[in-house]
Design a protein around this ligand. Structure first.
Ligand SMILES: Cc1cc2nc3c(=O)[nH]c(=O)nc-3n(C[C@H](O)[C@H](O)[C@H](O)COP(=O)(O)OP(=O)(O)OC[C@H]3O[C@@H](n4cnc5c(N)ncnc54)[C@H](O)[C@@H]3O)c2cc1C
Length: 490
């Protein structure tokens, strides 16, 4: 078994989550992972894999053995595929689960390939983004887990499973001839839809096979609009169908413009390598200023000392991002850039796009106004609306319905920021809201919340009961939201 560290504190990237696990391991193979899971079960303690710690929620914490996956980070996994002949023409890449999106993109680019979509950042690992149903924007694209075709997972007892849909890529005879009784191939839609979004509870994801597409280029256009126009466009819906990607940054405060918005569209374009630098970059001054080490402290100081500046700051931030043309290779355009570096945390709630997404914006305005009037608490960063296609994954926020994901970002020194996110969440839940697993949330085990939010939760639990039969993947998160309390109560 691989070496481990003891008495080391693990923190997420912002430092708002931390824990002192019993041991920290860095396995380098499926065999290592098997040995760690078995050792934990023998000792009666829990295990949890972490990616790059980019969740603001407690979803990655464990008091038992914490398993860092950066030793399992090759873009081309050593695990063989055994492709069925009908899959051999498709563009498939099996990577190790611990690879970050950034390195995966570089590998794909070098091979003339690209992800069909991604979130707004690339420092997370592929297993991490799948586990929380991380998403980008574009109503023809589901969350990232929807691009997965096959996964190798180490489950309770150290059992190794390859899990795929019923018509998955692996040839069962070839797989069994190679691994015999040592591993199990499961080609079953029910298992696949359960495991697709597992929040770290279904075992350790060691490899992920993704379907990708040929390398492509995108043009990003960012325009300023009042909410009234954006609202009308969203009710009409054509903007969502006519653009490959469409997303909105929204301020819940009325200033000289009613609730200013930044609308971003991204569509196919040609390779811009011959265009002037200005057309191949975002507003470089803004990017430079955001990446400058003092900027976050200045912004934080402003919202800390004079929170009432927030509406003004937000409108100016939106205006600073306006740009008519930014062309580049897809994964650079899909990455929202230096804004990811600001010290901030966020909560995110998905509401169904059946009219409740419009009501949701009204609810945000109401909550923000009330918080300002009651306690001088301000939304400190524009709110993002992204649009995601329905997913089959049982515990995806997008399960079974096209979804508007509402990201509620707060600068880290914003007084009352966590309470404000909780207040938004309460209102959005009334509109069928489902919280992002990786972002700040106040879900609890009470009131049958998970059952109400996720109609396929019982199906997910059945598979969870198999893959986590010993309880080895329980955690503070599963206790908080009531997943493990149901079966592992004292
Ligand atoms: C700056 C920033 C930008 C973001 N942008 C977006 C965005 O655009 N869209 C969006 O939807 N979300 C976004 N997020 C949220 C983020 O994508 C998710 O929280 C994601 O899960 C983090 O991935 P990670 O690799 O850091 O995993 P971690 O945060 O380390 O872990 C997340 C979960 O995955 C599990 N896990 C990790 N690796 C494995 C493995 N190998 N096997 C089994 N389980 C595993 C963990 O146990 C945990 O439950 C952003 C977060 C940040 C900080």
């Amino acid at each position: 078994m691989s070496a481990f560290e003891v008495r080391q504190t693990w923190k997420n990237h912002l430092g708002n989550q931390q824990i002192d696990p019993l041991r920290i391991y860095k396995p380098a193979s499926i065999d290592d992972v098997q040995a760690i899971v078995r050792a934990a079960e023998d000792a009666g303690v829990t295990v949890r894999a972490v990616g790059s710690g980019h969740s603001w929620s407690d979803v990655a914490l464990t008091r038992g053995y914490l398993l860092k996956t950066n030793g399992l980070a090759q873009p081309e996994s050593a695990e063989p595929d055994f492709l069925r002949p009908e899959w051999s023409e498709r563009r498939l890449v099996r990577s190790d689960g611990g690879i970050r999106i950034k390195e995966l993109n570089a590998y794909l680019d070098a091979h003339g390939l690209a992800l069909s979509n991604m979130g707004g950042y690339d420092h997370q690992t592929i297993a991490g983004v799948i586990s929380t149903s991380t998403h980008g924007s574009g109503i023809t694209f589901g969350p990232l887990n929807d691009f997965v075709r096959s996964m190798d997972i180490v489950a309770a007892g150290g059992a190794v499973y390859r899990i795929e849909p019923a018509d998955g890529p692996t040839d069962p005879d070839a797989y069994t001839a190679h691994f015999g009784e040592h591993r199990t191939l499961v080609q079953d839609d029910d298992w696949f839809d359960a495991v697709a979004v597992g929040m770290g509870c279904m075992g350790v994801i060691c490899t992920v096979m993704l379907e990708v597409e040929p390398k492509y280029y995108l043009r990003e256009v960012r325009e300023f609009h009042p909410w009234a126009k954006v609202r009308a466009d969203l009710i009409d819906g054509a903007v969502l169908r006519e653009n490959r990607h469409y997303e909105v940054l929204f301020s819940p405060y009325r200033r000289q413009h009613e609730y200013p918005c930044l609308v971003t569209t991204r569509n196919y374009t040609r390779n811009p390598s011959r265009k002037p630098f200005d057309k191949r970059s975002r507003n470089w001054l803004v990017e430079f200023a955001s990446a400058f080490p003092l900027t976050p402290h200045l912004l934080n100081l402003m919202v800390d000392v004079k929170p009432s500046l927030s509406p003004w700051m937000m409108e100016n931030a939106i205006r600073a991002l306006i740009k008519k043309e930014y062309d580049n290779v897809s994964y650079k355009v899909l990455n929202i850039g230096a804004a990811n570096l600001l010290p901030a945390y966020s909560g995110e709630v998905g509401v169904p796009m059946d009219g409740r997404h419009i009501e949701a914006a009204d609810a945000l305005i109401r909550v923000a106004t009330e918080a300002r009037e009651l306690g001088d608490v301000y939304q400190s960063s524009p709110i993002s609306f992204r649009f995601v296609k329905a997913s089959g994954a049982y515990m995806s926020m997008m399960q079974g319905r096209d979804t508007m994901m509402i990201e509620l970002i707060e600068l880290s020194r914003c007084d009352g920021g966590y309470e404000l996110i909780a207040a938004y969440e309460t209102e959005l839940r009334k509109l069928g809201g489902r919280v992002h697993w990786g972002q700040v949330n106040s879900l609890s085990a009470s009131e049958g919340l998970l059952e109400t939010m996720y109609p396929r939760y019982p199906d997910w639990l059945r598979v969870f009961g198999r893959l986590n039969s010993s309880g080895v993947f329980d955690s503070p998160f599963t206790e908080r939201v009531g997943i493990s309390a149901q079966r592992f109560a004292p």
